[in-house]
Design a protein. Structure first.
Length: 412
């Protein structure tokens, strides 16, 4: 392991805490804000015919979430099926097959964003923007709204209401996700990520051959893909493609975006339940497991495997090369950045990559596998990670309470 790689990991950790803490405070203020906001916010509530001044109990809140999700599932499925007849389709792609539209709609609506298609060769620009990118925002906002409802239920204890879904949804979108996505998208465009409505371009090679290069509204989708822990990329190989992740800075920004909101939500939780020390304890537990994943993955990939060593490949670290198992890894990023990305994306419910998982060593590849087995609660997805961690906390408190002969109790 090089000193440069270790310093990059430490800088990432410092940046995550330094940005996550104030963001968590801001989020707590956003959700605790009284009143219905400005004219735009009130117009949104009128458009969806919601009584934003009236809070919902858990049944009404849950029903609204389910109906809202089903409607968006139908809309996303429809957009994919008829994209061949719609505008913003410069490469004249046909409609997406029914089985693929069904899978993609279910995946994106649930913030799973698992893909078995090449985005640049399957989806039109309209589908990418009005379908997938919009759902990246909406599914993330739904997860954030549900978390806030759960946190209110904990904080209020005996109250019969947990907030209003439409208020939580709007504030998640407008005050948190949209501003952050705009900032990240501008940085990515500055670093060279495409953002255009022009069709694919044909490059003519020196030896006379040609290559079709996919481009499109990439930066805007990648920003929310990472911030919303969605993982559904514009390109088939997502963030290992140079057009989606061209530089070391773009790689750092995308990695930071994966865990930024989930980390901030831990601090938001502490503010909302008036238990900041407890929030720091939860954050510390998540952070330690995250660091353990990096500390296992990086040395394993640096050491390589017996087969790789026996093959005669030079995996010795030296000047100008990181050494180790560089199979399916980008030389632009090296082992350290790939180890952080591998751990972060599987800690969250993200799924994006900047290198191939299937070419990692057995021990290095075990890290993302264990993270998935834990239920993606080490920071986890936006919303889902923290309320998934609550299950572990409740079980721990219950078992500890039984062991000392007391009635199990968490936060009063």
């Amino acid at each position: 392991m090089s000193g440069q790689g270790i310093s990059q990991i430490l800088f990432y950790c410092v940046a995550l805490v330094a940005l996550g803490y104030p963001l968590g405070i801001w989020m707590a203020r956003v959700y605790a804000r009284e009143g219905l906001g400005g004219r735009l916010e009130r117009g949104f509530y009128r458009a969806v015919r919601a009584d934003a001044g009236r809070e919902q109990d858990w049944r009404a809140y849950g029903t609204t979430v389910l109906v809202f999700t089903v409607l968006f599932w139908g809309l996303l499925y429809l957009v994919q099926r008829v994209q061949g007849h719609l505008f913003l389709n410069p490469d004249h792609l046909g409609g997406v097959p029914s089985h693929l539209s069904l899978n993609t709609a279910a995946s994106f609506v649930t913030n799973t964003n698992w893909q078995y298609y090449g985005g640049e060769t399957t989806m039109s620009y309209l589908t990418q923007m009005a379908g997938l990118a919009v759902q990246n925002f909406v599914s993330a906002a739904v997860g954030m709204a549900v978390l806030v409802a759960v946190v209110r239920g904990i904080a209020r204890r005996s109250a019969s209401t947990i907030g209003n879904f439409w208020v939580d949804l709007y504030r998640s979108l407008v005050y948190i996700l949209l501003p952050l996505a705009a900032i990240v998208a501008v940085i990515l465009m500055w670093q060279g990520v495409p953002q255009t409505l022009h069709g694919h371009v044909t490059a003519h090679a020196v030896q006379g051959g040609t290559q079709t290069i996919a481009r499109g509204p990439v930066a805007s989708q990648i920003a929310i893909k990472q911030l919303g822990t969605n993982g559904g990329g514009f390109y088939n190989s997502n963030s290992s493609v140079p057009f989606e992740n061209p530089t070391g800075l773009s790689n750092f920004i995308e990695m930071l975006s994966i865990l930024l909101i989930p980390a901030a939500q831990v601090f938001m939780f502490g503010r909302m339940v008036f238990a900041r020390r407890h929030a720091w304890a939860v954050f510390a537990a998540m952070f330690v497991v995250f660091l353990l994943g990096v500390a296992i993955n990086l040395p394993a990939e640096q050491h390589g495997s017996h087969v790789l060593r026996a093959s005669g490949v030079n995996i010795t670290q030296g000047h100008g090369q990181s050494g180790g198992n560089m199979s399916d890894k980008e030389v632009r990023f090296g082992l350290a950045n790939t180890a952080v990305w591998t751990t972060a994306t599987s800690d969250a419910s993200n799924g994006s990559v900047n290198g191939g998982f299937d070419a990692q060593t057995p021990l290095g590849g075990a890290v993302p596998l264990v993270n998935l087995f834990l239920g993606e609660v080490i920071f986890g997805g936006v919303g889902s990670g923290l309320y998934g961690m609550f299950f572990y906390i409740v079980i721990a408190v219950f078992v500890a309470g039984l062991m000392v002969g007391r009635t199990p109790e968490w936060l009063g």
